[in-house]
Design a protein around this ligand. Structure first.
Ligand SMILES: NC(=O)c1ccc[n+]([C@@H]2O[C@H](COP(=O)([O-])OP(=O)(O)OC[C@H]3O[C@@H](n4cnc5c(N)ncnc54)[C@H](OP(=O)(O)O)[C@@H]3O)[C@@H](O)[C@H]2O)c1
Length: 262
């Protein structure tokens, strides 16, 4: 198997899409994972859920730069190199920006964007020591289309898209591929306070994302044909897209007001 023996570091691998990515990678023969998350019991549970797999567990908040340094240094001590970095951990707090607390603005930027920049920076020397390395960044459909009441979250996820493009071009001389994935509503804890319907399963999102990474796809966009058409409309005729959103303004405001997963 192509990924057998690869060493992986993933943020937010203890639940949701990240945990399903671990399960998917195990199917591809991966047996060594570094995982960063805050909740100790969910982290420890990985060892019982996935027997016969080595886990290097880093308990901490990715918003804390020292946690990211510690994770990179644990990987270096343990494996000497890294083959796959998955920047997956994310949080959301929807609502009008003037109603969003300063702390929630800072936290979303720190977890969803700043942590990705720092962890990637710290891991690059380890990824460059790999014969064939992969970086998988988890953005969002909202990183392609900025929706109202998600101004902060959407900004962080657009940042991930732009970071992925820049980084890929910067790493051109190295055998490191960069894939950015854009899930739409996916049935995880993150969506418990959302009113979204017809969500993708985290298993499907993980399977499709990992396959995209293996195939070195640059962008994996979820949401089917309709979403692809929306992306084109939003880019080529933003005023037309504005009208489409304005028609559902109140419903959208109502639907997003309690959506929080921090
Ligand atoms: N679910 C969706 O509809 C959807 C749609 C588009 C994009 N996404 C993106 O997909 C990624 C995964 O989301 P998900 O739905 O799987 O979320 P989830 O079920 O809420 O899981 C989030 C994971 O990230 C970890 N995490 C959160 N904040 C952290 C922090 N400050 N420090 C360290 N770890 C942290 C969590 O563990 P702890 O809480 O223990 O720290 C958990 O393992 C996120 O980047 C999200 O923005 C999700």
């Amino acid at each position: 198997m192509r990924l057998a023996g690869k060493k992986v570091l993933i943020t937010g691998g203890s639940r949701g899409i990240g945990k399903c990515m671990i399960a998917e990678l195990i199917q591809h023969g991966v047996k060594h994972f570094g995982v960063i998350a805050r909740d100790k019991s969910n982290l420890k549970e990985l060892r019982t859920t996935f027997e016969g797999v080595e886990f290097v567990l880093v308990r901490g908040d990715v918003a804390d730069i020292n946690v990211l340094r510690e994770a990179a240094s644990k990987v270096e001590d343990k494996w000497g190199s890294l083959d796959i970095l998955i920047n997956n951990a994310g949080i959301v707090s929807a609502g009008a920006i003037e109603d969003t607390s300063d702390e929630e603005i800072y936290d979303q930027v720190a977890v969803n964007l700043t942590a990705v920049l720092f962890l990637t920076k710290y891991c690059l020397p380890l990824l460059k020591a790999s014969e064939e390395a992969y970086i998988l960044n988890v953005s969002s459909g909202l990183g392609l289309i900025g929706m109202p009441f998600y101004a902060v979250y959407a900004s962080t996820k657009a940042g991930i898209r732009q970071f992925s493009d820049s980084l890929r071009r910067e790493l051109e001389p190295f055998p490191i591929s960069v894939t950015c994935v854009y899930p739409t509503a996916t049935d995880t804890d993150m969506m418990k306070t959302s009113t979204a319907q017809n969500m993708d399963s985290p298993e499907y999102v993980a399977e499709r994302s990992i396959q995209g990474m293996i195939d070195k796809e640059l962008h994996v966009i979820f949401g089917g044909e309709e979403r692809l058409e929306d992306n084109v409309l939003n880019f080529e005729s933003p005023e037309e897209f504005d009208k489409k959103i304005a028609g559902n303004y109140e419903a959208w405001k109502e639907a997003t007001q309690n959506h929080k997963a921090l």
